[in-house]
Design a protein around this ligand. Structure first.
Ligand SMILES: NC(=O)c1ccc[n+]([C@@H]2O[C@H](COP(=O)([O-])OP(=O)(O)OC[C@H]3O[C@@H](n4cnc5c(N)ncnc54)[C@H](O)[C@@H]3O)[C@@H](O)[C@H]2O)c1
Length: 291
């Protein structure tokens, strides 16, 4: 367990899934947490979990696609919690579909949140870390989908591959300032986003994915949070610019089989769940549109 006492972590999308698991883990490690979210109900839930560890939790309404909101959120973090030592650029959305049908709006939202949102988060955090002169740690959430894609996930994959590549460049840029930055590529992690896209426990997609995973299960947010805890702690002092895949071994084992034939039964099932996933994010759409 990393000793993060006295550190402040700024985490985007910390109201659910991987971001929530990360907030809880870094609080357990001793950090105070700034939750930068559009979903304030989820943010409240995370804040009470953080406070159970005796740490401070701050909620800032922040759409990562808005430069002004991200800059203001980073200032608010320092204003209330005293510093910004760690940033986790986690907020992301999954929109899928055939290139023949994808709406420009769905493409644009993914680019604005998954790619521009990560850029704006890293920029705001790094600017303040450089100004404070104490270095810092940044982790960006990419995906296994940066390495593998299929007929429905190509746009999501493009944004996640972009994150992995930006991190390589930023490591060179920020290293001289004592800032380490790394990317993580989660495989299938048990979160509301994955449920929406891959269906319920025991459904055909989830069963096929689990059967293709050498470790025999999906990941948990706490698995990814543990890797983030390592990356922001002292044992990762000499690590920057990396892309770390944490996928239970599915890429090695399944490789190209993740690229499903869209006409196959499982390909059709995936298409149905892509649609369900997009309907789920419809709840957040009015908030995403407020920039
Ligand atoms: N779950 C997986 O299998 C998996 C795999 C690989 C990568 N990822 C990535 O991990 C990250 C977290 O995903 P998750 O599975 O925990 O999803 P999730 O939907 O459970 O959580 C995402 C959170 O981000 C917030 N958010 C969305 N748009 C936002 C915006 N514009 N500004 C601020 N907050 C916003 C949502 O309100 C939500 O609380 C994403 O970047 C996702 O692409 C997830």
């Amino acid at each position: 367990m990393a000793d993060l006492a006295g550190k402040v972590a700024f985490i985007t999308g910390a109201g659910s899934g991987i971001g929530q698991g990360t907030a809880v883990r870094l609080a357990r490690d001793g950090a105070d947490i700034c939750i930068a979210e559009i979903d304030l109900d989820g943010a409240e839930e995370t804040a009470s979990m953080v406070r159970e560890f005796g740490r401070s939790a701050q909620i800032v309404r922040c759409n990562v696609a808005s430069k002004d909101q991200v800059q203001e959120a980073a200032d608010a973090c320092i204003g209330e919690l005293g510093s910004l030592d760690i940033a986790v650029a986690n907020a992301g959305v999954g929109r899928g579909g055939s290139v023949l049908e994808m709406e420009l709006k769905d493409w644009q939202d993914q680019v604005d949140i998954n790619l521009t949102g990560v850029f704006l988060t890293v920029q705001a955090a790094a600017q303040r870390m450089v100004a404070a002169g104490n270095g810092g740690r940044i982790v960006c959430i990419s995906s296994l989908a940066a390495l593998n894609t299929n007929a429905l996930m190509w746009s999501y994959s493009a944004t996640k591959a972009g994150v992995a590549m930006m991190v390589r460049g930023w490591a060179a840029d920020l290293g001289p300032h004592g800032i380490n930055i790394n990317a993580i590529g989660p495989g299938v992690i048990d979160t509301p986003l994955a449920h929406a896209l891959a269906g319920d426990d025991g459904g055909p997609i989830r069963t096929a994915l689990e059967a293709s995973t050498p470790l025999g299960r999906e990941g948990r947010p706490s698995d990814i949070a543990g890797l983030i805890s390592f990356l922001v702690g002292p044992d990762a002092d000499f690590m920057t610019g990396s892309y770390l895949l944490m996928d239970g071994g599915i890429r090695n084992a399944a490789g190209g089989r993740l690229v499903e034939d869209p006409e196959s039964e499982i390909g059709q099932e995936r298409a149905r769940h892509m649609q369900a996933g997009m309907e789920r994010t419809a709840r957040l759409q009015p908030l995403i549109d407020q920039r």
